[in-house]
Write a protein that binds this ligand. Sequence first.
Ligand code: FES
Length: 174
Amino acid sequence: MLATERESLRHEIAELAEKYEHKRDGMMPVLEAVQEKYHCVSDFAMQEVARQLGVFPTEVYGVVSFYSFLSTEPRGKFAIRLCRTLSCDFAGKREVARQLENELEIKFGETTPDGLFSLEYCNCLGMCDHGPALLVNNDVYTEVSPELVSDILEKYRRMFGPASQLEEKEASHA
Ligand code: FES
């Protein structure tokens, strides 16, 4: 990370911590905001959060490593989390997992080279009667079949593909 990037991250964390009055209770929303913007919570970010909130860095690390939606490694812009718990397993999780890996050409725990998608497993999402269930960032999908995987991925590719970037550009010139 460049010195200027560190400085701007430091500044952003300071602003977030200020918003939560530098209280320990603000740790989760601060970490979520960092994760959302940078797709990970780096060592530097964890140290800064600890410093700004007046807690030990090990405490911040404990939180980041406990919650699956926080990550110390960069994730894709769209983090796909497939439930690996029993009901979803019985409902066909394995076939969905295989389809995701085939379509994205990565394994679980990896990120696509374009940085768009990452694949990981998570535990029960509370949708056990409608498995297999998965999340794409905060969007929930239930009763996902291998056939549905393409449609789901296409939706996010379109959101971030050349067409959407062109639309954004056109909108900014309007
Ligand atoms: S077992 Fe998958 S959502 Fe509960």
